[in-house]
Design a protein around this ligand. Structure first.
Ligand SMILES: [Fe+2]
Length: 234
């Protein structure tokens, strides 16, 4: 089963290798060089992952805000995975204007990302997401994904009770194990698969980057050019 078939008709997500690892390293390094942390000088991704452990939510939020000056993360993400993106959507795309850089801090329930699926945010059913950690991910600090059939079964079960995005979906207790990845791997997924993260124990925080994209030939849903921009793969 090729990637497209797996995403459309199979599990709805799969693990792929980044096509241009040099570009992805450049992306990670520009992130490390740009993020503003007051507690200490950040030398590399490892020291940043440790520093985040001792920061308050306000400090973490300030670090996030400092990333607004990074303007080309989305382009670098899709170009890092250019072959994969082209296979799924061609070369003429709508991409998320600002890719998300996500921090996950161990042991802090408040930063848990609840189980959800992407289409609830108003992106179109033709959109895919790619998510990649900026480091090896060999603990449970990653993201879990539920296969497409199980995800849709849960949504339908909830819909039968007259609810959408209620406690069955958002409060899902039985979650799969988060996926472990090596630096240089991504998870690509469709907007219908349930995913999220769980509280985890680790010496390090998890830092990852995600971006959404679709073919510009497909219709949009609620998100428009405020959120998406036209982009042609180089
Ligand atoms: Fe998500």
């Amino acid at each position: 089963m090729n990637v497209r078939e797996q995403l459309v008709h199979g599990s709805g997500y799969c693990i792929c290798t980044i096509d241009n690892i040099q570009l992805f390293e450049k992306l990670r390094d520009s992130f490390v060089n740009s993020v503003e942390i007051t507690t200490q000088k950040i030398e590399d991704i490892g020291s940043l992952r440790k520093s985040l452990l001792n920061m308050s939510l306000a400090e973490i939020n300030r670090a996030r805000v400092s990333l607004l000056k990074l303007n080309h993360i989305s382009e670098m993400m899709v170009e890092s995975c250019a072959d994969l993106v082209e296979t799924l959507c061609g070369v003429e795309l709508f991409i998320q204007r600002r890719a998300n850089i996500i921090f996950n801090i161990p042991g802090n329930e408040k930063l848990r990302i609840w189980s959800h699926y992407e289409i609830t945010s108003g992106i179109s059913p033709f959109t895919y997401g790619i998510w990649a950690p900026f480091h090896d991910l060999d603990d449970d600090g990653g993201v879990y994904f539920l296969d497409q059939k199980s995800s849709i079964d849960i949504m339908k079960r909830e819909e039968d009770t007259g609810q959408v995005n209620g406690p069955t979906v958002l409060g899902m207790n039985e979650t799969p194990k988060p996926i472990r990845l090596k630096f240089g791997q991504v998870v690509v997924f469709n907007p219908f698969v349930l995913h999220g993260n769980v509280a985890f124990n680790s010496q390090f925080s998890r830092i990852g980057c995600s971006v959404r994209f679709q073919s510009c030939k497909n219709p949009l849903l609620q998100k428009n050019s405020d959120y998406l921009k036209y982009y042609r793969l180089a």
